[in-house]
Design a protein around this ligand. Structure first.
Ligand code: SF4
Ligand code: SF4
Length: 470
């Protein structure tokens, strides 16, 4: 029995602690063997597509805006070219709720397919950083030997080259990551402008680079097993009908060496530990579904290769559901999934309605706090108001406020219209003057029209305070 097999066999306490932590709580480094096979190939193609999208998206513009922007510092989000401000929080919140329900539904049906095929953490870890590591340090056995060896020239060169390349890759990813927050134009001005003018931007790039480097060089699979909330929720999201990477214990057990198969009437698993050796989270999938499994498919490929060699059908480890393995059932569209789908559809209808009816200009009019009303000579009363406007369009809007009734007027302080910059916010103050004879109550509800030139873009209602009638 090899040292690795013994280490794994001794680790029978997989239910007590995660595979990468020993009994004393110390981290056990995973030296995953390089996977080879059809799923690894498919995942490589998917990852190329992902990298192209990741790099290209910040450069794609629609109507002069980035297609996607998540400007958290300015609370401005652009999704599919549409700008969302804090005033659109309701739409944003609802989108998040719909997204969470989609994830729950998707997970109930397809398990952690997302983790293995789409999650940026897995894709960058397995398809970029792990491959760089294989190229510089060799496969798992060589990595292990290098790690155990004394610090000599070979080790110093390999380790420092690896960490240098890791940091450069992290730096590159950090730049693209930042472009999703501030946009490529702002990123370009940070890169090309004088350092003294972009200290904040440069500091952000270096902080992001350091975080990515720390995650991919040291933290690695711990991000999935210890930090990721999605991973930890699998216990409640999955059920016996969910698609998972599963070991077919009905076919594989009792496991045993090839030479004993005939005499002992063993199952198809030859107990070769190849599925464990390739696992980037260090688990043995034959113990059943575990929280560490990111559905990376490496064990499927490893086992398929072994099955080919021993002349048994592929798929001892495969995508299947618990019910599929135990009762040979096909995948089902369960009542739970139907309920989630109905809820998701309702939310999508509400969301679409909100998006379609969403206005390009949002305005809030409030009476100036602490002020009642002003007497204007003997025959008129005025109230002072503040207006705040958010312009979500790509053009400056010269905004005027008009009273939508004939017996009064609006006096904008400063005279001309309030100019609200494109994708910006504007504010101003104005008086509404009404004839005293038109006021019958302490509060009168009055309609105000917002105009861009002669075009009415919104009608708002506000209260006008007047003296109590004698
Ligand atoms: S790779 Fe397949 S045959 Fe080998 S131990 Fe794993 S399940 Fe058994
Ligand atoms: S058990 Fe298999 S699918 Fe799950 S993480 Fe390990 S190698 Fe990947």
């Amino acid at each position: 029995m090899s040292t690795t097999e013994k280490e794994i066999r001794d680790e029978s306490s997989f239910r007590d602690r995660i595979a990468t932590v020993d009994a004393s709580g110390k981290r056990k480094w995973v030296f995953a063997q390089k996977p080879k096979g059809r799923f690894t190939n498919y995942r490589t193609y998917v990852s190329w597509f992902f990298f192209i999208v990741f790099i290209a998206l910040p450069f794609i513009k629609y109507n002069g805006r980035p297609l996607f922007l998540f400007n958290i510092p300015e609370a401005k989000f652009i999704i599919f070219g549409k700008v969302f401000w804090p005033q659109d929080f309701f739409i944003f919140g609802l989108t998040m709720v719909a997204f969470v329900i989609f994830i729950v539904l998707f997970t109930a049906a397809f398990g952690r397919l997302f983790c293995g095929w789409i999650c940026p953490q897995t894709i960058f870890m397995e398809m970029v950083f792990r491959k760089i590591e294989y190229a510089i340090e060799g496969d798992a056995t060589e990595q292990k030997l290098l790690s155990k060896s004394a610090w000599n020239t070979n080790k110093i060169i390999k380790k420092s080259t690896k960490h240098l390349v890791f940091f450069l890759m992290s730096f590159l990813i950090a730049n693209f990551f930042l472009s999703y927050i501030i946009g490529v134009d702002a990123l370009w001005s940070i890169i090309t402008g004088p350092v003294s003018e972009h200290l904040g931007g440069l500091a952000s790039i270096m902080i992001f680079s350091a975080v990515f480097y720390a995650v991919y060089a040291f933290f690695r699979e711990q991000a999935c097993t210890v930090v990721c909330p999605y991973g930890r929720l699998q216990g409640v999201l999955l059920d016996r009908n969910s698609l998972i990477v599963a070991y077919d214990y009905k076919r594989g057990e009792p496991r045993g060496k090839v030479k004993e198969k005939e005499s002992l009437h063993l199952g198809d698993c030859i107990d070769c530990f190849q599925c464990v050796k390739v696992c980037p989270t260090g688990i043995d999938i034959r113990n059943g579904t575990q929280l560490e499994c990111v559905n990376c498919t490496a064990c499927i490929d490893a086992c398929d290769n072994i099955m080919d060699k021993v002349g048994r059908p592929r798929g001892l480890i495969r995508y299947a559901s618990e019910n599929g393995i135990e009762n040979r059932e096909t995948l089902k569209y369960t009542t739970r999934m139907k309920l989630y789908t109905a809820l998701l559809l309702v939310l999508l209808v509400i969301l679409t309605t909100l998006l379609v009816t969403r206005k390009d200009v949002d305005a809030t009019i409030m009476r100036t706090p602490g002020m009642l009303y002003q007497e204007r000579g003997n025959d008129s009363i005025s109230n002072l108001y503040n207006i705040k406007v958010v312009n979500k369009t790509m053009a400056d809007i010269p905004l005027t406020v008009r009273l939508e009734r004939a017996d009064g007027k609006v006096e904008i302080i400063g005279g001309g219209p309030v100019i609200v910059k494109q994708e910006g916010q504007g504010s101003g103050s104005f008086f509404i003057v009404l004839p005293r004879k038109a006021i019958f109550d302490r509060k009168t509800l009055i309609p105000l029209g917002l105009y861009e030139g002669e075009k009415k873009i919104a009608v708002l209602k506000t209260n006008f305070l007047g003296p109590v009638a004698p």
